[in-house]
Design a protein around this ligand. Structure first.
Ligand code: SAM
Ligand code: SF4
Ligand code: SF4
Length: 348
């Protein structure tokens, strides 16, 4: 079969960066807005009533996102993750998923959400549109801790309902992201493990990261992956299992007693830059080749001045071919003070 297709007319040409890393995953942030103010992501002192979020006309349209995705697919992208801000705030998101699901070369579409807007109907509509997997963020099972972390007094039960809605819609197993912060929710590590053991869902413990410049990150606030693992292992012994594929961000473990799987994302203490095949597209069409970059590459301007697919592809190739990002492997107290894109803008 010819590697070109009628949508773009482009020939497939997988890209490789200077460290031999292919481009496989694209994370698409569809909005910089959120209805939560998680302390580790969008502290309300910074993201207050006067914060200048992007005006609607600055956002990529669905057509623009799909066009870029089809060009990126020709460069090797197979997996998309829709994120934000809170992606379910973007109107008609189901429509975008349906359009992306028809894009040649795209094999998998996932969504990361805080769960606050994931009703049963929404979950079903997303699944029918072609969403394959969902990750729901939840940092504690105790209301007082969770409400302090999301800082909008959003209750735990509503997020648990969202997880059940995803399950009922056929989006199981659901991944549950828990950011572990020293002295804030570290005591919830075991409770989360216990609650989701045997459910078929997968809790992913995430080391608190120095993304952006707003969250006041300090190394002392990080609970290292080794400690998270030790705490769980002491109660319910675990063993590591192989990744699904190279470049997977979470290290996978299963309980010896058959209680299921967990993941640990140790971006701070066990950097995984060597296998990083991810690119990130901001809501206004800037491409970031690292979560910790300070500068994006402007695809929107090129789309809006009418560049062809070939031109867009060549621009992407010119960026990826010289990529040498490995921020987490080089992190120091000094690097974390550099100017970096905010997590709520680029989506994790
Ligand atoms: N609003 C959605 C949500 O919370 O799931 C999607 C966007 S959010 C930026 C994506 C993920 O990044 C969430 O699981 C969130 O917990 C995580 N995150 C945000 N700030 C973080 C930080 N400083 N360190 C580690 N993870 C963080
Ligand atoms: Fe919003 Fe997600 Fe950031 Fe929390 S982590 S403020 S839910 S974007
Ligand atoms: Fe990839 Fe940058 Fe994270 Fe390293 S620090 S894994 S290059 S996003």
């Amino acid at each position: 079969m010819s590697p070109s297709n009628e949508t773009t007319g482009l020939t497939a040409r997988p890209l490789m960066d200077t460290l031999g890393r292919a481009l496989v995953d694209l994370r698409i942030s569809v909005t910089d807005r959120c209805n939560f103010r998680c302390r580790y992501c969008m502290p309300r002192e910074v993201f207050g009533p006067d914060f200048a979020f992007l005006p609607h006309e600055d956002l990529l349209t669905f057509e623009e996102i799909v066009r870029l995705s089809s060009v990126f697919a020709k460069a090797g992208v197979k997996k998309l993750r829709i994120t934000g801000g809170e992606p379910l705030l973007r109107r008609d998101l189901e429509q975008l998923i349906a359009m992306l699901a028809k894009t040649p070369g795209i094999q998998d579409i996932a969504l990361t959400t805080n769960g606050s807007l994931l009703t049963q109907k929404r979950a079903q509509d997303l699944k029918e549109a072609g969403l394959r997997r969902v990750t729901v963020s939840l940092d504690s099972l105790r209301d007082e801790v969770f409400m302090a972390m999301n800082d909008v007094r959003f209750p735990v039960q509503k997020v648990l309902e969202a997880i059940r809605a995803a399950e009922a819609a056929g989006l199981a197993p659901v991944k549950i992201n828990m950011v572990v912060k020293r002295g804030v929710n570290e005591q919830d590590v075991l409770e989360m493990a216990e609650y989701f053991r045997g459910s078929g869902h997968i809790v992913r413990y995430i080391e608190y990261m120095d993304v952006g410049n707003s969250n006041g990150w300090r190394m002392d606030d990080v609970v290292p992956a080794s400690e998270i693992l030790e705490r769980i292992h002491a109660k319910w012994p675990l063993h590591a299992i192989a990744p699904h594929r190279p470049g997977e961000v979470a290290t996978r473990y299963v309980y010896d007693d058959g209680g299921g799987e967990i993941g640990i994302i140790a971006s701070v203490t066990r950097a995984f830059c060597g296998t990083c095949t991810r690119a990130r597209l901001s809501p206004e069409g800037q491409l970031f080749t690292c979560l910790f970059s300070g500068r994006g590459h402007d695809f929107r301007a090129r789309l809006r001045r009418g560049e062809t697919d070939e031109q867009l592809f060549d621009y992407l190739a010119s960026i990826w071919n010289i990529r040498r990002d490995r921020y987490s492997e080089m992190r120091t107290e000094a690097t974390h003070r550099r100017k970096k894109v905010e997590m709520s803008h680029i989506g994790g």
